[in-house]
Design a binder for this molecule. Structure first.
Ligand code: HSE
Length: 373
């Protein structure tokens, strides 16, 4: 395999290092806007040098972001090159365009590192769904948020300090808003649901709430009640109805999710035959993520090009009801739905996911966290 590597940041550099001593794959060209010189690969600032090189059969996209990643990946597929990417935003956003295009052109398209960093989650999900109906996917999918919440809970760190550390360790996206507002997790659960349920989720129907408004006082409230706050994603499919959402969630001490430390992820599927199976590992960082990119290249070499049949566009219906913890804002609707108070926070009666997220959109200063089912 001869590889054109797009991007030489945290992940790209890791891919270069992990492939350096392999005989079955060679990074032939690296597209990088910085001045870098590499002993074993040609470095260029011009993507056309990869596109026009017929000796390159596989493009690894490790640039992140939507543009120009989308244009480069699309052009590479049209030129008959396999794609391996770690870019969840790209795949979640253009799933119903890029997957059919790759199939039409007869090239492979793999993105295991896009969800769970080094965890073989999407590749195992693909195997799991061959044998059974997948009923539920989700869990802790963002290393940065888990690092922040864990540092606030266990070490008493402030939000800003914990975020700074996560950035310094290379867990956070270039724009950390993507992590802390839950967008990164949102991409990951959309992609996981697409693979698990054989659909293409309408992204506009999947609500997301992040952790940026959490305070030390909230964490004290949770600790006093034997609860731990985690950013948790959910994708469910029952009798043809799909629901999907991302929200801070309060789990009881002793539940597996409550014990997940630092940048680790814990991602779970529930299958009709297997029941619950959870996957635990480093969800972010150079070598864990690069590990799965290189695994995908090995899968391409073995002829495993896709995860699942591509399915039709589906809108999520989020009519599940649950109790929520709300701080930082209130109004008449929230007071009507209040069941109890923890210091300055309100605990609601069960309300639908749809209704709570709609309220939060209008109350941008609020922090919300669902009580785990
Ligand atoms: N920013 C992401 C995270 C990187 O913190 O999990 C891995 O997708």
């Amino acid at each position: 395999m001869r590889i054109g590597l797009l991007g030489f940041g945290v992940v790209g550099r890791g891919v270069y290092d992990l492939t350096a001593s392999r005989e079955d794959m060679t990074v032939a060209k690296v597209v990088c806007l910085e001045d870098v010189s590499l002993p074993d690969a040609e470095v260029t600032k011009n993507f056309q040098d990869v596109l026009k090189d017929d000796s390159i059969d596989t493009v690894i996209e490790a640039m992140g972001g939507l543009h120009p990643a989308y244009e480069f990946v699309k052009a590479s597929i049209e030129a008959g090159k396999n794609i391996v990417t770690s870019n969840k935003a790209l795949v979640a956003t253009f799933y119903d365009e890029l997957i059919p295009l790759a199939k039409e052109k007869g090239v492979c398209f793999r993105c295991t590192a896009a969800v769970g960093g080094g965890i073989g989650w999407l590749s195992e999900l693909e195997r799991a769904r061959r044998m059974q109906t997948i009923e539920k996917v989700g869990g802790i999918m963002n290393g940065t948020c888990n690092y922040i919440l864990d540092s606030m809970t266990r070490l008493g760190l402030g939000y800003d300090e914990a975020l700074k550390q996560a950035q310094a360790l290379g867990y956070a996206e270039a724009n950390p808003t993507t992590d802390v507002e839950g967008i990164d997790t949102w991409h990951k659960v959309i992609l996981s649901s697409n693979v698990a349920f054989g659909i293409s989720l309408d992204t506009n129907t999947v609500p997301v709430a992040g952790i940026s408004k959490i305070t030390a006082a909230d964490v004290e409230n949770f600790t006093a009640h034997g609860l731990v706050c985690k950013l948790i994603s959910t994708g469910k499919c029952a009798e043809g109805k799909v629901s999907a959402y991302v929200q801070p969630t309060l789990v009881k001490l002793g539940e597996p999710e409550s014990a997940v430390p630092a940048n680790f992820n814990l991602i779970t599927l529930v299958g009709s035959a297997s029941g619950r199976m959870s996957f635990y590992g480093q969800g972010a960082g150079r070598y864990p993520t690069a590990y799965n990119v290189v695994q995908d290249c090995a899968d391409v070499l073995a002829g495993r090009g896709f995860y699942s049949p591509y399915g039709a566009k589906v809108a999520a219906e989020n009519t599940d009801s649950m109790r929520y913890y709300v701080s930082g804002a209130t109004d008449a609707w929230l007071e009507e739905n209040a069941a109890e108070r923890w210091n300055n926070a309100i605990i609601t009666k069960p309300v639908t996911v749809e209704a709570m997220h709609a309220w939060r959109k209008e109350n941008a200063d609020a922090f919300i966290a669902a009580f785990a089912e």
